[in-house]
Structures are given as C-alpha cells and as structure tokens.
Design a binder for this molecule. Structure first.
Ligand code: 5GP
Ligand code: MG
Length: 177
C-alpha cells in the first residue's frame, strides 16, 4: 500500500525527460507523412502529449489532436486485464495516419486494444508512442513503435502517471522504495 502523502524517489529527472521527448519527436517526425492524427490516452498521457506535440511542431508536424480514455487498471497497482472505452474520440480516423500516445506499456493490452480499434475504424495506419516501457511484461505480442524510456519493473508515478489519482502533477518520474 502506498500512502498518498509520501514523496516518491526520482527515477527520471525533468531535464532528462525534456531531452528525451525532444529526440523522440525528431524520430517520430521523420516517419510521419500526410494527414496525422494524434490520439492521446487519458489520463496518464496528458503531460507527455502536451510536451510531445510542442516538440513535433518544431519539425513542422501539424496534427489533429484528440483524446480517449481506456480503463483497464482501476485505482490500484494490479492490472485487471480487461479494457473498456470510457471516453471516446470525437474525430473521424478514417483514412488518417494515427499515432496513439500512451504513458506506459506494461501488459500491452491497452495499446493493442487502441491499435485494433483505430484500424477497425478505417485508420490508414496506427502507430504507438509510449513514454515508458517495462520489459518482459507483455501479455499480447505487439510492441510500441516509439519508446521514450525502458524502465525497471517498478510502479512509477508523476509526469501524468498516478497512484489512486495522486502524483500526476509531478514534473519528474518517481517510484516508491
Ligand atoms: P497495459 O500495457 O498493461 O495494458 O496497461 C498499461 C497501463 O497500466 C498504463 O497506461 C497505466 O495506466 C497503467 N500502469 C502500468 N504500469 C504502471 C506504473 O508503473 N505506474 C502507473 N501509474 N500506472 C501504470
Ligand atoms: Mg494508461
């Protein structure tokens, strides 16, 4: 159990995040052509998305931006394994190149669900960019196209990521001992 008033240890600093998001944006921009639509998965990816789109803009990327909420985790630290859409995008993805933006890839269920849903709806392609990836945890065999940082198997918070809806506001990524 993690008490909400505990301060997490730093795993990735604000500076390190900023530098990596900039290089990641350059990497992503090099692969994007035509009409791009970004689908950001709330709530965890909001801060990463805000920083990533500003970096992408330096490379001339002018995307449509929409948001979707998928739920699979509840309020605790154990994945339930089931994914449901609790808030859908309002833009049409048909014929568009979609880039899904997520906070962290663990089992891969959320990402696979979003990926398949975009293609079912007629997206021309559906790539995924995740800020963080925990290796060796995949329940479904589909990897992310762009990964910010590969981290150890620790429960992390901050920079959009929560524990029971706390800690999202932190400018760095932290963990609890
Ligand atoms: P999966 O890849 O298992 O489908 O789902 C990943 C989702 O589980 C993430 O989008 C995030 O909401 C949650 N998650 C997985 N690992 C962590 C973690 O270490 N910290 C936090 N805050 N959320 C996590
Ligand atoms: Mg998530």
């Amino acid at each position: 159990m993690i008490a909400k008033d505990r301060i997490p240890q730093t795993l990735i600093t604000e500076t390190h995040i900023r530098e990596r998001v900039a290089t990641l944006a350059a990497e992503i921009a090099g692969t994007l052509t035509g009409e791009v639509m970004l689908v950001s998965l709330l709530r965890g990816a909001f801060m990463f998305t805000a920083d990533l789109v500003r970096e992408l803009s330096r490379h001339g990327i002018r995307p449509r931006i929409d948001f979707m909420t998928l739920s699979s985790y509840g309020d605790g630290t154990e994945s339930s394994g089931k994914v449901v859409v609790t808030r859908d995008i309002s833009d049409d993805v048909n014929g568009r190149q979609v880039l899904i933006i997520d906070d962290i890839l663990e089992s891969g269920r959320t990402r696979k669900f979003a990926h398949d849903l975009m293609l079912e709806r007629g997206a021309r392609s559906a790539q995924i960019a995740v800020l963080l990836e925990k290796p060796g945890q995949r329940a479904v065999p589909l990897e992310a196209d762009f990964v910010g940082f590969v981290i150890e198997d620790k429960f992390v918070v901050g920079y959009g990521l929560d524990y029971a809806n706390a800690y999202r506001e932190l400018p760095f990524i932290g963990y609890f001992e």
